[in-house]
Design a protein around this ligand. Structure first.
Ligand SMILES: [Zn+2]
Ligand SMILES: [Zn+2]
Length: 349
């Protein structure tokens, strides 16, 4: 009887252990760093500035090249300035098919032709793709010479890539590619980039998720929401938030969502985040805004927000926070929509 109870207790404890087990965390070491290799702003005189994005993410024992910039020559020069050895990187992530994120791939391949490259899977995409041959309608009444593949198609039709021979692995849906290291695969529905698939890098550490984004075409809020499924604690977001042309009310809403809804701890925006969004994030995050110009290395150790180079903005005052929240909850916080409707009303007079 006693044994049975003990067994029961042991089983219950085991069940409890399973229930409270954390989501996989990438290898134990919490420290690491992110070095910005490509962007259009920065203070490092040795680095060239150009539109585009690339970062070397060294975390959990892995060296990950995230995106490869806009111009192969500038990318190569910046890599040289930082003395980065591509022969020892573990893998490359190409966030999406825009040239300002992948033009430096040729340089990477010239140094390390067999490196593993993760890229989004898109129909007839530049990274290559495939489809089952059942996708096209058949007409058996036609003579073989008028039929695709003489009427005997392969089961899977493969479509080429611009980097033939490269070791590209296509990612179709969110995938954990190594323990604690996940590629979030989301699709944009914004005009101009509808159906564009983008990968973001989410690394689950003992201090929360470190999230690296390329352009955030699917929406920074949606990407962060997907990352919280891995671990609700988001430690840092670095990269482009794609608010470069967004109106103030959209920026205010995004800032409030990151800070208040998802409680993102620190922020290191770059690339297509946009100048007004830099300002708004700096105001909202104070010393938790980590400056991330080209050439900067962000330290990811414990207490990350207080090490490395910080944003110079003063800590946010309570009334600033209150006004941000108010703005974020209003439909037309700056009266822009109202002014527009007034203007268009007047033009009809
Ligand atoms: Zn971009
Ligand atoms: Zn883009």
């Amino acid at each position: 009887m006693g044994l049975r109870i003990n067994l029961f207790v042991a089983a219950a404890l085991a069940g409890a252990a399973v229930l409270v087990a954390p989501t996989p965390i990438a290898a134990a070491e919490p420290a690491g760093q992110i070095t910005i290799l490509y962007d259009a702003f920065g203070t490092d005189a040795a680095m060239k500035k150009d539109w585009g994005f690339s970062a070397l993410v060294e975390i959990s024992g892995k060296r990950i090249l995230f995106d490869t910039g806009n111009d192969s020559n500038i990318f190569a020069a910046n890599i040289k300035a930082k003395n980065i050895d591509f022969t020892s990187i573990d893998f490359v992530v190409l966030s999406h098919r825009h040239s300002d994120h992948m033009a430096g791939l040729n340089h990477v391949l010239s140094v390390n032709p067999t490196v593993k490259i993760y890229a989004p899977k898109e129909g007839f995409g530049i990274f290559g793709s495939s489809l089952p041959s059942s996708f096209y309608r058949k007409d058996e009444s036609l003579p073989p010479e008028m039929r695709y593949y003489g009427g005997k198609p392969p089961e899977v039709m493969k479509f080429g890539t611009a980097w033939q021979g490269a070791n590209i692995e296509l990612i179709d849906k969110t995938t954990e590619i190594a323990p604690g290291i996940t590629l979030l695969a989301l699709v944009s529905d914004a005009p101009g980039t509808r159906e564009l698939k983008e990968l973001s890098l989410a690394v689950n550490t003992s201090d929360g998720v470190v999230l690296v984004v390329g352009c955030s075409h699917p929406g920074i809020e949606k990407i962060v929401e997907a990352a919280t499924a891995i671990n609700p604690k988001i430690r840092l977001i670095a990269g482009g938030f794609h608010l470069v042309a967004a109106p103030d009310e959209v920026i205010a809403r995004a800032v409030a969502t990151l800070k208040d809804t998802f409680k993102v701890e620190s922020i290191a925006p770059g690339h297509c985040t946009g100048e007004p969004t830099f300002a708004a994030l700096k105001q909202a995050y104070g010393d938790r805004y980590l400056y991330a110009g080209v050439g900067t290395t962000l330290a990811l150790g414990p207490g990350m927000g207080s090490v490395g180079r910080r944003g110079e903005g003063p800590a946010l005052q309570e009334d600033d926070l209150a006004s941000y929240r108010k703005l974020a909850h209003r439909e037309d916080p700056f009266g822009i929509l109202k002014a527009r409707s007034l203007r268009s009303g007047l033009s009809h007079l």
